[in-house]
Ligand binder design. Structure first.
Ligand code: URA
Length: 259
């Protein structure tokens, strides 16, 4: 691989800026300054440094963000702040995109990655990757909510209706319900509760597959995970353990975070 390509893929530098940095002598390969942008490197074997800082090669990058309210799930926007704006300049690598979408007023766990294959598997309903939400409701859960969600509830779509895939639901405190879905329709959780005559006042995504939102991660903060850890998102734990985890860690979420 060309050295300038390696740099532009592993850092936030554009290809042009990578070439400038190389020509200026800021890049070493195995301790030797290399000034030719087209110099061939073997990322798995060579130790490449930029301004004295070794670059750790990774084929793909994974960031887990605690999305706050008021930020849109997009890569760029002329008017509104996007989830990518929450990454530091050094972490804004090319090809990063949010995996799936949370509404502007939804908070919680969001994966930002350049791994298109993993994103596809996580989002395709065919792969049944569960996303778990805590919903603050305006009314207590009605007796028919759980069975109707489990059967596949009809929600309004345009002038008609669509039937959702079966979903799990449990009330863990009055007006607080955990919901597990493996689709990602627009406003899906909100529309599912609307279909049973309830209303979602606040929504938090606290887990994807086997990967929870760390309870101590502040709103707007993020951290890097490995490809192996990201793969855990494709595993589905038992719903009872999800509810117990949520009850223990997130039942006071809106009190603590004022989100
Ligand atoms: N369902 C919703 O209604 N909103 C979200 O942000 C995610 C799921």
């Amino acid at each position: 691989m060309r050295l300038d390509r390696f740099l532009s893929e592993q850092t936030a530098l554009s290809r042009k800026d990578a070439q400038t940095a190389i020509r200026k002598g800021s890049v070493t390969v195995d301790g030797i300054v290399v000034k030719k942008p087209d110099h061939t490197v073997f990322p798995e074997k060579n130790e490449i440094s930029l301004a004295g800082k070794p670059l750790v090669f990774a084929e793909h990058h994974y960031f887990l963000l605690h999305k706050p309210e008021g930020v849109i799930t997009a890569t760029e926007d002329a008017k509104q702040k996007t989830v990518l704006d929450l990454l530091s300049a050094d972490d804004r690598l090319p090809k990063l995109a949010p995996c799936g979408r949370l509404d502007i007023d939804t908070t919680g766990l969001l994966l930002i990655t350049d791994d298109g294959q993993l994103s596809h598997r996580m989002l395709s309903p065919k792969h049944h990757v569960m996303k778990y939400y805590l919903a603050k409701l305006s009314e207590p859960l009605s007796a028919d909510t759980k069975p109707r969600f489990a059967d596949g509830i009809a929600i309004r779509e345009g002038a008609g209706e669509v039937i959702c895939q079966p979903a799990e639901c449990e009330e863990i405190a009055p007006c607080l319900a955990v919901v597990g879905i493996h689709e990602g329709r627009y406003h899906q959780v909100k529309r599912m509760f609307a279909a049973v005559g309830n209303h979602v006042e606040k929504l938090l995504r606290f887990q994807i597959g086997n990967v929870p939102l760390p309870p101590d991660l502040p709103l707007g903060a993020y951290f890097v995970i490995s490809d192996k850890e990201a793969g855990e998102m494709l595993m589905n734990p038992a719903f009872s353990s999800i509810c117990a985890f949520c009850k223990e860690n997130y039942s006071s979420y809106w009190i603590n975070n004022q989100a």
